[in-house]
Design a protein around this ligand. Structure first.
Ligand code: PHE
Length: 433
């Protein structure tokens, strides 16, 4: 049912027989959460920056600054944050030396519009095309798609950033590429250490440059002094490969994958002048790449407990990050995610006034008989108030501490001081009943 929509919305030739993209996934394409920022000059209510856009922006700035420090300005640093999510499976897998039988290629693991066209499973899918266009220093920010379970830490759509940089080698310093030793295919998980095609000097130079730039990115995201460690890893498209972890709030957390790009990828795809230059002298350059997940970083950094929250359009979520300024990464420390009710935002003020006296418990019984167990007294300021309404606190989902017909002020127990003024018993977020 989605196939015709893919054609009309994205110009994608979907094949109804093989397309496994569901309407729910279709709706998520192009939401562009990583780009949701207030239009220039219009900050304030209704114009919050999405937490994924905040993290993207900080990474972009940190990398740009690090590159400006380390290069002679010869390399143009290019940012691609809006590339179409539909790619050829070759670009997503083969160009990156992913093995022919790798499970991620299957229709059960990835979303395909047809056998020729899929939703990218990682931002690395753009490496080969950008190298072909002659780019040698770039950052990609992209929504990526993987068929997966749905729980607090998995979602079939998430966001990644990919950084890639090529360096001119200096043969005088022993930095060389031996093209006869280029890998023909995937090396397998025990292919660690330097690539045979790169001299030790070349590999070390690229790795040192990678470490400097990845460190700069993580220093932009985490408080000064946050420990960082590099753990050996395996990706088919890099060697050596690393997973980088940060020690944050008492735990080592894996935040990023990276490595020295397989020389075969550069050799096959890099066209220094762009287009189809016949014999690209790629034996004179080597490079690195990193990839990171924006959701994971935002969850760790802001204490967001559930990946599904990123899709919320609820101001109770979006406005929580208003104190962050990507130009001042220290402002991230001001924000700690505060849970809110999982029920939709809806204001219902109830105010009433009675000349004769009404006992609290009479009121609670009315509330209970109308609202049932969904109604909660909400957090109350006064202990006295808590004791008074404690018995009226219906069993309610613990995830909704602020929900209740009795507002946060504990109004129900506060008697009107003057009989002339109405007792305000609610300034409340009530249940949808
Ligand atoms: N694409 C990898 C992933 O999605 C991350 C990565 C990118 C690793 C670039 C190394 C180099 O897990």
């Amino acid at each position: 049912e989605v196939a015709p929509l893919l054609r009309s919305s994205f110009g994608v030739e979907a094949d109804p027989a093989t397309c496994n993209i569901t309407p729910t996934i279709f709706e998520r394409i192009s939401r562009g959460l990583h780009l949701l920022e207030p239009p220039a000059g219009s900050p304030g209510p209704g114009y919050s920056t999405h937490p994924l856009a905040l993290i993207r922006s900080i990474i972009q700035r940190a990398l740009l600054e690090a590159i400006a420090r380390s290069s002679d300005g010869k390399d143009n640093f290019a940012v691609f944050d809006n590339l179409p999510p539909f790619v050829r499976p070759e670009a997503n897998f083969d160009h990156l030396l992913v093995a022919p039988g790798h499970p991620s290629r299957s229709f059960t693991d990835s979303y395909y519009a047809s056998t020729e066209c899929m939703l990218r499973t990682h931002s690395s899918a753009h490496q080969s095309e950008l190298l072909r266009q002659g780019h040698r220093n770039f950052l990609v920010a992209a929504d990526v798609y993987r068929r997966d379970e749905v729980d607090a830490s998995h979602y079939p759509v998430f966001h990644q950033m990919e950084g890639m940089r090529l360096l001119d080698l200096d043969p005088a310093a022993g930095q060389t590429v031996d093209r006869a030793l280029l890998p023909q295919g995937e090396g397998g998980p025990d292919a660690v250490g330097r690539q045979p095609a790169l001299s030790q000097e070349a590999s070390d130079r690229v790795e040192a440059d990678l470490r400097a730039h990845v460190t700069a990115v993580l220093e932009g995201l985490f408080p000064p002094g946050t420990p960082i460690r590099w753990v050996d890893a395996y990706f088919p498209f890099t060697r050596p490969s690393f997973e980088v972890e940060v020690f944050f709030q008492g735990e080592w957390l894996e935040v990023l994958g990276c490595g020295v790009t397989q020389q075969a990828i550069i050799d096959e795809h890099y066209r220094p002048a762009g287009g189809a230059s016949p014999d690209a002298p790629s034996g004179t350059v080597a490079g690195w790449a990193f990839g990171l997940g924006l959701e994971r970083l935002a969850m760790v950094r802001f204490g967001i407990p559930d990946i599904r929250l990123f899709w919320s359009r609820d101001p109770r979520f979006l406005t929580q990050f208003d104190a962050c300024d990507p130009a001042q990464p220290s402002t991230l420390d001001k924000v700690k995610f505060a849970p809110f009710s999982k029920y939709p935002l809806c204001y219902k003020d109830v105010a009433f006034w009675r000349a004769d006296s009404l006992h609290d418990n009479d009121f609670f019984d009315v509330v209970r008989s109308v609202g049932g167990d969904l109604v909660d007294s909400g957090p109350l300021r006064a202990t006295k108030a808590k004791a008074a309404v404690g018995q009226a606190t219906a069993r309610s989902p613990s995830a909704s501490p602020r929900m209740g017909v009795l507002g946060a002020g504990g109004g129900a127990t506060r008697r009107p001081t003057s009989l002339g003024s109405p007792a305000r018993v609610g300034n409340s977020r009530s249940s949808p009943t």
